[in-house]
Write a protein that binds this ligand. Structure first.
Ligand SMILES: *Cc1c(COP(=O)(O)O)cnc(C)c1O
Length: 376
């Protein structure tokens, strides 16, 4: 039997052709295809007045989003320890310090009461993650931000296409960041984007993305470049090249299908695992969720045995996440007590979830999970 991987990007003939065409047209750097990818994202998310700026990774998106929010040397940004370390590194890139708070047990997103306890005079922004694609406590987070005068940068890297009260994540609020890395629902090989409320923010981000060069975006979107230009702000080399954009565009043509398939698989998993007393399936309903991963909680210390059982059946599993406060480089950060994080990070297991997954493969995962018997 072939092993079932945790992630399996869908890159069919359409994506292969997009790459070949993008290589053949001879303009490999940021160009017209980058703009076309941004337009496709804006349409998919129903952005209206809001603006999207494509960049080379989700981590870059987080970095320049935080800079746009005014995060700089000596500031603090509140995020969760139960998160990917990209967020904490992006905060440090700004010269600021991450402050880590606990998560809620129901959605493993930011616990607003924990965040409230840690807001201090140097706090500039909240950086919540929508874990696995399931929305965090958006109302609570924005209420706290309003009350304490904080910016919000949403890490929506898991939630491309998730709806909150009928509106896609990114189509409302302050600043949102997405990733199109190799394993995300839409891949651009590597890529990301920032969504901002207005054209002013967009223009600043375009400078941050391209070394602060003033004419770059305008000319490059016509596959052209300027030999005389001014440098008018700080800037990084974070732009998205044409080949990556072409891959992303080919994926956008199928994103609706990808999300529907993933929802159906998640619903099948949750229904199949509902009666198992040694685990807790993910959120009950995936109707409005664009699921990046399916996260199962294995209870009572049985995770080690469960991982071995799955490996023996050649069904791969993942762990999202090792909490960031346990990493050497971030162990000294200011943080709240993290009881929910400490428990959850010993329980979570990520099961295989692909955008295109055969019924037989889904059944193999269900069988593998269902045949586990915890030692009593
Ligand atoms: C993928 C991801 C990122 C970073 O995106 P890259 O494109 O890999 O740089 C940040 N946060 C979370 C939670 C992610 O899953």
């Amino acid at each position: 039997m072939t092993p079932v991987p945790v992630f399996s990007p869908t890159t069919g003939i359409d994506t292969t052709k997009a790459v070949v065409d993008a290589l053949a047209n001879g303009w490999l750097g940021m160009g017209a295809l980058t703009e076309a990818f941004e337009t496709a994202i804006a349409e998919f998310l129903g952005l209206g007045e809001r603006q999207v700026v494509a960049v080379n990774t989700g981590t870059s998106a987080l970095h320049i989003a935080l800079r746009l929010a005014g995060v700089g040397v000596g500031d603090e940004v509140i995020t969760t320890s139960f998160n990917y370390v990209a967020d904490h590194q992006a905060i440090r890139l700004c010269g600021a310090e991450p402050v880590m708070v606990d998560v809620r047990d129901d959605n493993l997103g930011m616990d607003v009461r924990s965040a409230e306890r840690l807001v201090g005079p140097r706090t500039k922004a909240l950086l919540p993650l929508h874990f696995a694609g399931i929305p965090a406590d958006i109302e609570g987070i924005y209420d706290l931000a309003r009350a304490r005068g904080l910016r919000v940068v949403e890490d929506a890297c898991h939630a491309f296409g998730t709806l909150h009260s009928g509106a896609p994540i990114g189509s409302f609020g302050d600043i949102s960041c997405f990733s199109f890395d190799p394993v995300k629902i839409v891949t651009a090989l590597d890529g990301g984007c920032v969504v901002v409320p207005d054209g002013d923010g967009r223009d600043k981000l375009r400078l941050y993305r391209f070394l602060g060069v003033d004419k770059e975006t305008h000319l490059r979107y016509r596959n052209s470049r300027a030999w005389e230009y001014d440098v008018v702000s700080e800037g990084y080399r974070y732009h998205l090249n044409s080949v990556s954009a072409a891959v992303g565009l080919s994926q956008m043509a199928r994103v609706g299908e990808f999300i529907e398939n993933r929802r159906a698989t998640c619903a099948t998993y949750s229904a199949a695992f509902a009666e198992l007393d040694w685990c807790r399936p993910a959120a009950a309903s995936f109707e409005n969720v664009s699921p990046f991963i399916y996260s199962l909680r294995v209870l009572d210390g049985h995770r080690g045995d469960f991982l071995a059982h799955m490996a023996a059946r050649e069904v791969a599993t993942g762990i999202h996440f090792v909490p960031v406060h346990r990493h050497t480089h971030f162990a000294g950060c200011r943080r709240d007590d993290l009881p929910v994080t400490e428990r959850a990070c010993e329980e979570v297991v990520t099961l295989p979830l692909h955008s295109v997954m055969s019924a037989a493969t889904v059944e193999r995962v269900v069988e593998a999970v269902g045949s586990f018997r915890p030692a009593r």
